[in-house]
Design a protein around this ligand. Sequence first.
Ligand code: SF4
Length: 317
Amino acid sequence: MAETSAIEWTDSTFNPWIGCTKISPACDHCYAEALMDKRHGRVKWGGERSRTSASNWQQPRRWQKQAAAFFAQHGRRRRVFCSSLADVFDNQVPDEWRADLWTLIYDTPDLDWLLLTKRPQNIGKMLPAFWEHVRGHVWFGTTVEDQQRAAQNIHHLLQHNAAVHFASCEPLLGPMDLKEYFHDSDCADVMSLGEPCICSDRPDPEARLDWVIAGGESGPQARPSHPDWFRSLRDQCAAAGVPFLFKQWGEWSPRGPESFGYPIVDGVPQFRMSDTGDNGSDLAATGGNQSWLNRAGKKRAGRLLDGVEHNGFPVSP
Ligand code: SF4
């Protein structure tokens, strides 16, 4: 679909079909629905899914043929985000379509396939019989917008072996503690003593989150994310040695409170959630640090977190 992608964490995108049903608060302002249903009328959201053209399905095979050149240029395999306009593990998609997708993934071993889902509970029943032959170039990711979704989704994600496991915390809608999903040194210490650890109920006790992506929501109805929620994820990842990628602020940004004339009290910026009224109490981080945010728009808001661009990626095995 797109040989080059504007999405910061992938090289290319491929959509085997288009369409989906909202299942989570992160879906409320679904970008794919806005584009494919409301703007182009291509698919009725929540209705029948639409398989993409045969020529579109040829695109990954072309990338496979270019794999050596891509590797020579980048020193790694091409990352392909599959289903930016759908969900691979959607149970309203015909099984034959997904079977064709698995065959395509099997036939393109020199691409890294990034399968990001909001339905990780379906992964187990939708894997192909030849899963062991493809899992070395498949990255499984799940969206976790708050602690509740982290508890539900990451557990399911880690039940299945894959080259990489990752969490996409976008749009980030609440504070999140992911430490128990990192296989940090404490966990390794526990296991070295032969004691069960938090990972021990998984088929692969070594399975853990290898990568965290975080970002705010964009679009006219975007919900703001407290800067401290991002800072906390950044710091948790740094402590555990897990790569962290800060994708974007999105619509709302705390960028340069001084430049917007916001006050700083005792060295702490007193942000405001809205540019029209003070409702910052709705966005108090743990510890009561209120935040004032400015509706800067995605482009102006950028992707610097405390002045730093975070572009962490896991090493592809
Ligand atoms: S799972 Fe993704 S594509 Fe499907 S409705 Fe939710 S945000 Fe949209």
